[in-house]
Design a protein around this ligand. Structure first.
Ligand code: ADP
Ligand code: MG
Length: 294
């Protein structure tokens, strides 16, 4: 998918749907003992659906969706897209925001109909804007999270106006891929900017115990470096802009073919079908290829 992704080595790589950037990559692939997996878009489809709308008592569902949808219309984040799609599916017209900015891994800020609207991580609203959720919304939030849904807070006029929950599904192939990683002696780690509860639900579904949640985009690479300092040889699989530095830091960076260009550029391997099973195939293939060379 990218001009720099050069196909080398055996024709097997191509058959398996793997693009390899250069022959030197096979060596680090062979020594890998830890595989760090980004959650959204890598282990899950990343195609989120709006599943719950919880406004404050003085706000309607429609108002909450119009302001949140308008604020999110400038964002490429899967959460943003699902909110916009959810609002349009309810036949709501979203005004164009007068201004827009987004903070990676935290949320968006926009001016909609003269109001400052925030949509993002509840902890970002509280720590950065001193906006707290009232207790009913806190309850709704934790019940969404315990079901594995990601909930974001929506605020305007300096007050929390509601929460929206989105859900994502684990890819059909992820469970089989993780079993395969274990068979190859690799330790899986789940890494995400999403909150702990949601990440644990996904981890439990897949049998991954080592879950690192609430990690900001800038901190993802630090997690990789810390594992390397423990003496581990780390492969990282990701798809997002927020994964790029971590992918470049890892001993082996693996990008999803459906991922962003930056993630593909930062990686050593690209999985054309965006299927984690291909990552296991790549590691097995490199071990075999090298054992026949040596
Ligand atoms: P991941 O590591 O799973 O890809 P991100 O780092 O992109 O996650 O996002 C982490 C969290 O930041 C999200 O779960 C959400 O709470 C918040 N967030 C990021 N971008 C947005 C956005 N556009 N709208 C609302 N919330 C957002
Ligand atoms: Mg991702």
């Amino acid at each position: 998918a990218t001009p720099t992704a050069l196909l080398v080595g055996t024709g097997r790589g191509a058959q398996l749907g793997i693009l390899i950037k250069g022959p030197q990559i096979l060596e680090s692939t062979r020594r890998v003992d830890t595989i760090v997996l980004d959650k959204t878009g890598t282990v899950t489809t990343g195609q989120m659906t709006l599943v719950a709308v919880h406004p404050n008592e003085n706000v309607t569902d429609e108002e909450l969706l119009v302001f949140a949808g308008a604020a999110e219309s400038g964002s490429e984040h899967p959460i943003a897209k699902s909110i916009v799609t959810g609002a349009r599916a309810r036949l709501l017209t979203l005004p164009t925001p007068e201004s827009f900015s987004s903070t990676d891994g935290l949320g968006v800020q926009a001016i909609v109909d003269g109001r400052v609207v925030l949509v993002g991580r509840p902890s970002w609203l509280s720590e950065n804007w001193s906006i707290e959720l009232p207790s009913e919304l806190k309850l709704a939030l934790s019940s969404c999270e315990s079901r594995g849904q990601t909930a974001v807070a929506v605020a305007w006029d300096g007050q929390a106006q509601g929460i929206l929950a989105v859900s994502d599904v684990v890819k059909d192939s992820s469970a089989a891929a993780i079993k395969e990683f274990r068979r190859l002696g690799l330790r899986p780690v789940l890494l995400t900017g999403d909150n702990e509860t949601v990440a644990r639900v996904v981890g439990t579904e897949l049998g991954i115990i080592d879950v690192r949640a609430g990690v900001l985009p800038a901190e993802k690479a630090e997690v990789i470096r810390a594992l390397q300092l423990e003496g581990r040889v780390v492969a990282m699989v990701g798809d997002g802009v927020n994964d790029a530095v971590a992918l470049a830091t890892a001993d082996l960076g693996i990008a999803m073919g459906t991922g962003t260009d930056v993630a593909i550029e930062a990686s050593d391997l690209t999985l054309i079908r965006s299927d984690l099973v291909a990552a296991a195939d790549a590691i097995r293939l490199s071990r075999r290829t090298l054992s026949t060379i040596k």
